[in-house]
Design a binder for this molecule. Sequence first.
Ligand code: FAD
Length: 486
Amino acid sequence: TKKAIIIGAGIAGLAAAIRLKVKGYEVQVFEANSYPGGKLSEIKIGGYRFDAGPSLFTLPEQVEELFKISGQNPKDHFEYIKLPVTCHYFWEDGKSLKAYSDINLFAEEVEVKLGEPASNIRKALKQSDYIYRHLSPLFMHRSLHKLGTWTNSLALKSYLKMGKLGIFNTMNAANVKSFKHPKLVQLFNRYATYNGSDPYQTPATLNIIPHLEFNIGAFFPKKGMHDITNSLFKLAKDLGVEFNFGAKVDEVIVENGKASAVKVTGELFKAELIVNNMDMVNAYKSILSKQKQPKKLLEQPKSSSALIFYWGIKKEFPELDLHNILFSNDYKKEFDHIFNLGSIYEDPTVYINITSVYKKDDAPEGCMNWFTMINVPNNQGQDWDVLIKEARRHIITKINRTLKTDIEPFIELEEILEPRTIESKTSSAQGALYGNSSNNRYAAFLRHANFSSDIKNLYFCGGSVHPGGGIPLCLLSAKIMTEMVQ
Ligand code: FAD
C-alpha cells in the first residue's frame, strides 16, 4: 500500500487522514502540539470547561460524511442538536432580538421589536439561498484551480448572474438596500465576521452566510464543539491512522520535483503523498522555505484575529443564551479600527458564548462559562499588552452598560487567547482566524490551491487554502484535496 504523511492534526488534517485511509493509504500524521484539533481544542480549569476556538457549528453533514465513508453510523459516534434560537442580540438602548431558527418567528420578532417589515427578512434570506445555490457547487465543492470548474454548465450559468450574486456590491451596501432599520443592517453585516472580513469592503456575495444559519441551521454538539475533534480523532485512530504528537515537521523533502519525505527532528519519514495542513504563509517560511514561493498569494491580507477572555462567572444570567451579541454603537468605526487602523475600538461588539446553557457540566452549579470574544486586527506587531489591558476594560464596561450589571466581581477565573498566542499555538500567520480575508471580490481566487503546481505528490488542506476558513470549509478542503489525488 502507498503511504501518505499529513503535517498537522487540525480539523482539516484529521479529515484528510480519514479520507486517505478510506481510500486505501497507510496514513501517518505529525502534529507539533501534544493534542489534536489545532484551533478546535478545549480548556479545562477550576471546574469549568471552555471550547477554545470555534463556537458556531454549521453544516454538520460535513462531519457526518466522514463517519459514513468509513462505514459507520454517525449517530453512534457524534451527536448534536439544532438550535431553536441561533443568537441573542442586545443593544445598549435596551433593544434586543432573539434570532429564532424558524424564519417566520424571526421575521415576526423583527417586525414587532423594530418595525421592520417581516417580508424584508424573508426576501433577504431568499437572496442568501439564491447565492448559496448558485455558488456553493462552484466555490465550496470543487477546486478553483482546474479548468473543468470554469467550463462546466454550472459555471457558465453563473457568469450570466454575476450582478445578482452580489459580486459588484459591498455587503453593507446590499444590506442597506434590503433593510430599513439600521439595527438589522448591523445584524446582517456581522456575517462578514464569520470569515474574518469587513462588511464595508467584502462583496455582497458573502450574504451567502446567513443562509447557513437561518435556512440550514446552527447546531451544537451535545458534548461541546471539542467533540468534533474528539470524535474525528477517535474515528481516525480506529481506522488505523498513526498519530505522532509533539512532532513538528521541519522540512518537506523534494527530490526531482517530487515531495518524497518529511524531516522531523533530524529523522526522515518517506511517503508517496504529503499533505500539508499547516497555514500556508508559515509553511512557505519553514517547511517549504527552499521551494519556489507564490509571492502574490502569500502577501494577501489576512483575516481578522480575536481576543478572548475565558471567564468563570459565578452567577447565572437567564437572559443569555448559547450565542450572545452585544452590539457596538458604531459598527463602521469598529471595523475601521480592525481593518484600517490596526487597533481596537473603545466600544467593541462583544460576543459571549456560553456552552453551559446547553451543557450544564461545563460550569459549576449556579455559574456560567463565558467565552467572551471581540474581533481584533491580526498581529502586525502592535503593543498587545497595552491593547489587551485597555480592551478588557472596554469589554467590561460594555457588558455592564448593555446588560445593566457589574460583571467584574463575578469573574472568578480568567484565561486569555489573543493574536500572538493563536499564532504560537497553531502556527496561523498573524494569528488570523480564517487564513486570508475576503475583503475583495477576487479573494476566492487568491487562496492557495489544494495541490502544488510545481511539486508533485504535495497537497494542501486547511483554513488557509481553498475553499477557506471555518470548520465546514476546512472539512471540504480535505475532500476536494482527496478527490484530486490519483
Ligand atoms: P488549525 O486548527 O490551524 O491546525 C493546524 C495544525 O497544524 C495545528 O494543530 C498545528 O499545531 C499544526 N502544525 C503547524 N505547523 C506544524 C508543523 N510544522 N509540524 C506539525 N504540525 C504543525 N470556525 C467556525 O466554523 N466557527 C466558528 O465559530 C469559529 N470561530 C473561531 C474562533 C476562534 C477564536 C478561532 C481561533 C477560530 C475560529 N474558527 C471558527 C475558525 C476555525 O477554527 C478554523 O478555520 C479551523 O479550525 C482551522 O482548521 P485547520 O485544519 O486549518 O487547522
